[in-house]
Design a protein around this ligand. Sequence first.
Ligand SMILES: C[S@@+](CC[C@H](N)C(=O)[O-])C[C@H]1O[C@@H](n2cnc3c(N)ncnc32)[C@H](O)[C@@H]1O
Length: 275
Amino acid sequence: MSDINEIGATAFFIAGIREQEKGREHPLFNDPYAEWFVNDGIREKVRQVFAVLPEGMELVRYRSCLFDDIIRREIDNGMRQIVILGAGFDMRPLVFETEGVRFCDVDQPAVVAFKRQVLESRGVTPCAGIPCNYLEVDLPAKLAEARFDLDAPMLFIWEGNTMYLPEDLIYGFLRGLRGRVRSFRIAFDFFSRSVIDRTTGDARVTATTDAFQKALNVKWLTGFDDLSAVEERTGLKAAEFGTLFDFGKRVAPDAPEGVPELNLYLYGILTSGAA
Ligand SMILES: C[S@@+](CC[C@H](N)C(=O)[O-])C[C@H]1O[C@@H](n2cnc3c(N)ncnc32)[C@H](O)[C@@H]1O
């Protein structure tokens, strides 16, 4: 665990939120594995970060539920290849195990190795994994090496990643996928630019942003207000765009009312080719 860097360590924090779902009155998803990656130090960080804006944690629950829904829907529509970018301790390959559907985790080598070690110590076989910095390698070539078919439709789940990446590298990465993978959908979440710039004018949002970055020793670099710039710079087409809070209001019977700050966390799905 000691060779996992700060960005990698954010995966423990998210697992620390997901492990709480089982105690909820209205659980939105099932992740019985999250607790394998959490200790009391992580639980304390989660508590501290959301002390000022507890509703903020709801958005991460909605996010988990949203990406689950996308995977479920895509599998129902015939998707057979699912790549989880910056997978951290995402256990959907097991939760959504389906005959004929292949999953692949992509994350930094130390994170992939740690996850593998935890799973194997519990008697669980991890899914295929590509240990790499996906911004620095030829990911399509690595996927092909792992026997993913670049000519068949692919779904990329890119959850909790884009805020940590420089904007230009995001565009370059997406263009790289577009050039080599014939047909794909990529689903991702992002903050509005005002969250990144700390210009929301909302003290609770700024305090929560600061608390997160301080507790995890990371910096959020990039946000988007909509998908127009991403479409323009990558040639991908937006198929879906919305706020996590609106999604949450549709799925969570206990969604809080009247918290405008919660509209600053968004998601989108981009497509290339026929996928
Ligand atoms: C906030 S965690 C999210 C983990 C998981 N997707 C989830 O939502 O639970 C971010 C993860 O992305 C990984 N990550 C970020 N940038 C990456 C990159 N350029 N290459 C590989 N992994 C990356 C980190 O190592 C970390 O595991």
